[in-house]
Design a binder for this molecule. Structure first.
Ligand code: PLP
Length: 398
């Protein structure tokens, strides 16, 4: 895959930052510590390589073709997305190997899926998608096989999603998955690619033992399903799943062949609250909100970053104190403000104009609030803006 340009159609205010010191970044802004991100990238790539696992990071997290390209240069086989429009945005920006790890049902959307599959195939890439119903398979097949006469046959890789504990999409493990695998195999335009088995809820269970237990049950469910599918005479090429909270457990089980972790690249505050599993690499925070104090009093200071600059579904941001700064807590100040208190007696509140760095609670929906990610080299205190990374699939919800 070609490395896409860093900043096509970027807002001029962001694009003009390249080469300037970190102090030139207007606030609030979403900033990547490139050194930390590259260490995370290398650690995950090394883990996958060492354990013989395919790595297909989830790009729902960064929504950026430039970061997908970095992940693929480091060994990823491609990336996952959740939405048709995310897949289209990343394909337009140069990504050619995409897996929509989600159900797409609407016939008009499935026409777009089929068009995209054809486009990626023509570019030497491929599109894969998940299903969890016979209706979904019939609709997908109708879109893929109903192309204009004379057009080359499009082949879409299709994963059957089983619910291994999340209680979201997916058929129950077992016989229901066999029925879907057989239905896929009956279509010329579809290829049964394996099982999608992602346990989202296990990712954020705090204790290592809780996570281990959840993934052990999931592994049993996958094994049981695999045995039934193979007994029905269908080869099962791949089991795909796993996120940043549990991927070492899926790896150790020997049941999964592909890891979909995404958040490891940026590492948000919620993931940092998990008890660390020594079997997996330690990741550093690499995504920050740069904010500035706009009001300061005797009891608290107020910064210019509220809910419009960061998501709060997984909790409020944490203050990232730089050396010399006292520890502070962040309280909800509404859409445009954050309230800062000293975490310990004896410290000094920041003054008007001071910079305060925040670690978002949840990286995915935070990134979706921004046009671009400002990549800083050399640290947050004194670094330089090296590149602006466009959020290609910002707002791609359909
Ligand atoms: C289907 C699927 N796979 C993988 C992931 C990646 O998880 P994380 O970003 O937590 O590593 C997600 C995240 O929600 C997901 O929904």
């Amino acid at each position: 895959m070609k490395t896409p340009p860093d900043s096509h159609a970027m807002p001029a205010t962001l694009a003009s930052l390249t080469g300037q010191g970190v102090e030139a970044i207007d606030t609030p802004a979403l900033v990547i510590d490139l050194d930390a991100m590259e260490r995370n990238l290398a650690r995950m790539a090394a883990f996958a390589r060492t354990h013989g696992m395919r790595l297909r990071p989830h790009a729902k997290m960064h929504k950026s073709a430039a970061l997908a390209a970095l992940q693929m240069q480091a060994g990823a086989v491609g990336v996952c997305v959740q939405k048709t429009s995310e897949a289209e945005a990343l394909a337009t920006a140069g990504v050619t190997d995409l897996y929509i790890s989600n159900e797409v049902i609407d016939p008009a959307k499935l026409q777009r899926v089929a068009t995209l599959a054809q486009r990626l195939q023509a570019a030497g890439g491929r599109l894969a998608i998940a299903v969890d119903s016979l209706e979904g398979i019939a609709r997908l097949a109708a879109a893929v096989e109903g192309r204009a006469a004379g057009a080359a046959q499009t082949l879409v890789d299709v994963f059957v999603e089983i619910d291994v504990g999340q209680g979201r999409c997916g058929v129950p493990p077992g016989e229901a998955a066999v029925v879907l695998a057989q239905a896929i195999a009956a279509h010329d335009g579809l290829r049964f690619a394996g099982l999608q088995a992602y346990h989202g809820r296990a990712q954020h269970q705090r204790g290592v033992d809780e996570r281990r237990h959840a993934i052990a049950l999931a592994a049993q469910a996958v094994q049981r399903t695999r045995a039934l599918i193979e007994a029905a005479g269908l080869p099962l090429p791949l089991v795909t799943g796993a996120g940043t909270g549990t991927f070492a457990l899926e790896t150790a089980s020997g049941v999964w062949g592909e890891l979909q972790a995404g958040s490891y690249l940026f590492m948000d505050a919620d993931y940092a609250a998990n008890v660390h599993d020594p079997a997996q690499p330690a990741f550093e925070h690499a995504l920050f909100i740069k904010s500035q104090v706009i009001s300061a009093g005797a009891t608290h200071a107020v910064c210019d970053a509220g809910h419009k600059s960061h998501a709060i579904d997984s909790g409020l941001p944490r203050v990232h104190a730089l050396p010399g700064q006292g520890a502070m807590t962040f309280a909800n100040g509404g859409d445009e403000h954050g309230i800062l208190h000293l975490a310990e007696a004896g410290g000094e509140l920041p003054k008007i104009g001071d910079t305060v760095w925040l670690i978002p609670g949840h990286c995915d929906p935070t990134v979706n609030l921004h046009d671009g990610l400002i990549g800083v080299r050399g640290g947050l205190a004194q670094g330089t803006v090296e590149r602006i990374i466009r959020v290609d699939a910002r707002g791609a919800l359909t």
